[in-house]
Write a protein of this length. Structure first.
Lengths: 253, 310
């Protein structure tokens, strides 16, 4: 195990996104905060409570999740993809870095960015709602595992993608709709049929609800279900990414 | 006896119907400078890529200092350095940071003395703290070389390292390559500048259409395939080819002033022709010799003379 190689890649990934903090941290933080102000502040005058929670409080966990998921995914996907495009992937392939070291480096860096944006979003939200952490263990589980899962998925997308269009496919056509339809801004239980049933097949619902339980102490579904789904996705995505990197698929000629 | 630096046995690479490498067998000795020559698309980069983890081989085996890459695909890479053909750089980092990262990838802690040494040797020290995106093309090439060498690999692949660079860098690199080889580093070099191979290599391999046509000591190759043209200028124009000229199959110029003799391995030495001409009483004003270079040898072999070497 090349521990120093792995640490070097992780540190490089963190330094890479910290070199352009306006683009990698500030910009997503502003976007998520705008969601909070536009949806939360404006809607809260008309929607008093959702699932027994003040609307402004209700949307905080979903927005934190949104910040984590988007930024974790974007970091690992863009970093590896650009490495492929600019040719510096040669440095990684020639060096004694196995699939485990590559995954740890890229995923670790992406998790840091996802968590930084997510936690800063949470910090901004506390100005409006005050601080609330009902089940710290559950919240940490969902925060950390969400950032992990989307970092792995980003890495997988970067291995697969050959064009910029392809790298944008997953966040635009999969993540964004699933997240917006995943109960960030509303309770899926209050959706009319058949959409309330359709929502049951959206894994994002359980992740958002799990984080909501950890932060606010209330959720529609048991955090155990969401936690299990997240864990299962993490295991499958990890195994798949390891196998893909080991095979050299779309990385080696 | 130490294991070969590199041992390829039956190495093949196929892309669908196209075969880029045909069962290549090759052994590189530790500490030697080996030049791999061939035209574009001959398979040089594919062969190097197979060893360096950039290309998935179709069949055959690769051993680096005795370690089989099938059994341990990662461990032997600590000993490998590669200067790739295409220039690449990470614009987020400075020259020094890039080298520190490279050291880390190879499991080595940051070593400022080593970084300074490599940058100085490649005349890049003044740019140590410059961002890589601010470097000129030649400087980016120097950085690629520095990155390949900073972790002190025992086996270095230079894939056309001086393509498109100025004479100064070429000379700097040659000097550094000789120094590395004298310290025991094994160098595998591909180049289009045959002067480079002639200048540096101990042995030469010639590859074409994925087949390794021959591997020979450079001196032997030049001797066997090379030729020496001896151009003799007479004081007075000759009316025709003399008996000595005919016996040595020399060629007289149209104006009768110069006699050209092509001396190949196995032919009579040119000194014998000169003695014969003196014996005939020919008055010679000048003798010029021109040795064929690696370029001529390569062209000869690619045109189908390898059978003569067998």
């Amino acid at each position: 195990m090349n521990v120093l190689g792995m640490k070097t890649l992780l540190a490089k990934e963190v330094r890479r996104f910290m070199r352009v903090p306006g683009q990698t941290v500030l910009s997503p933080l502003i976007s998520t905060t705008l969601y909070f102000i536009v949806f939360g502040v404006s809607m809260s005058s008309r929607v008093q409570t959702v699932e027994g929670l003040p609307y402004l409080h209700f949307i905080v966990p979903g927005l934190v999740f949104l910040g984590i998921a988007n930024n974790a995914f974007l970091n690992s996907s863009s970093s590896l993809f650009i490495t492929k495009i600019q040719g510096t992937v040669v440095d990684l392939l020639v060096a004694p870095l196995g699939p485990g070291e590559l995954m740890a480096g890229f995923i670790g860096g992406a998790m840091v960015r996802g968590l930084v944006v997510g936690l800063l979003t949470w910090a901004v939200a506390t100005f409006f709602t005050g601080f609330s952490l009902e089940h710290a263990g559950v919240a940490v589980y969902f925060l950390v595992l969400s950032s992990y899962v989307f970092s792995v998925l980003g890495l997988l997308a970067a291995v697969w993608a050959e064009k910029f269009e392809q790298i944008n496919f997953f966040p635009t056509f999969v993540m964004l709709p699933l997240t917006f339809l995943g109960g960030v801004f509303y309770s899926v239980r209050e959706l009319p049929a058949p959409w309330n049933t359709v929502s049951l097949f959206n894994p994002m619902v359980y992740m958002v609800e799990g984080l909501r339980y950890g932060m606010l102490g209330r959720s529609i579904y048991s955090p155990l279900g969401g936690g299990s789904i997240l864990f299962a996705v993490a295991v499958v995505a990890t195994a798949l990414t390891y196998a893909v990197l080991r095979s050299g698929y779309k990385m080696k000629a | 006896m130490s294991a070969p630096a590199l041992e390829l046995q039956g190495l093949s690479k196929r892309y669908g119907e196209f075969t880029a490498l045909h069962t290549v067998d090759l052994t590189i000795r530790p500490g030697e400078i080996f030049a791999l020559l061939g035209p574009n698309g001959a398979g040089k980069t594919t062969m190097i890529g197979s060893v360096c983890g950039l290309v998935k081989k179709s069949s055959g085996s690769i051993r680096v200092f005795g370690k089989d890459l099938d059994q341990d695909p990662v461990g032997p890479r600590y000993d490998i350095g590669l200067v790739p053909q295409e220039i690449n750089f990470d614009p987020f980092f400075t020259v020094a940071e890039s080298l520190r990262i490279q050291l880390g990838f190879y499991g080595r802690p940051a070593d400022e003395a080593r970084i300074d040494e490599v940058l100085t040797a490649l005349n890049l020290h003044a740019k140590k703290d410059a961002y890589t995106r601010a470097l000129s093309g030649g400087m980016k090439r120097r950085l690629l070389i520095a990155k390949a060498l900073v972790h002190k690999p025992r086996l270095v692949f230079l894939d056309e390292p001086t393509a498109g660079v100025d004479v100064e860098l070429r000379r700097d690199l040659w000097t550094y390559v000789r120094k590395l080889a004298s310290e025991g580093t094994t160098i595998v070099l591909t180049t289009h500048y045959l002067e480079e191979a002639e200048e540096l290599a101990d042995r030469v391999g010639i590859i074409n259409e994925g087949r390794l046509l021959m591997v020979e000591e450079k001196a032997t190759l030049l001797r066997r395939f090379g030729e020496r043209r001896v151009i003799i200028t007479f004081e007075q124009p000759q009316p025709g080819l003399s008996e000595a000229g005919k016996r040595f199959a020399a060629r007289l110029s149209e104006d009768g002033r110069t006699l050209t003799y092509v001396e190949r391995d196995g032919c009579a030495p040119s000194g014998e022709l000169l003695r014969a001409l003196y014996a005939e009483g020919q008055l010679i004003s000048d003798v010029e010799t021109r040795r064929s270079r690696m370029e001529d040898v390569l062209i000869e072999i690619l045109r189908g003379r390898p059978q003569q070497a067998a």
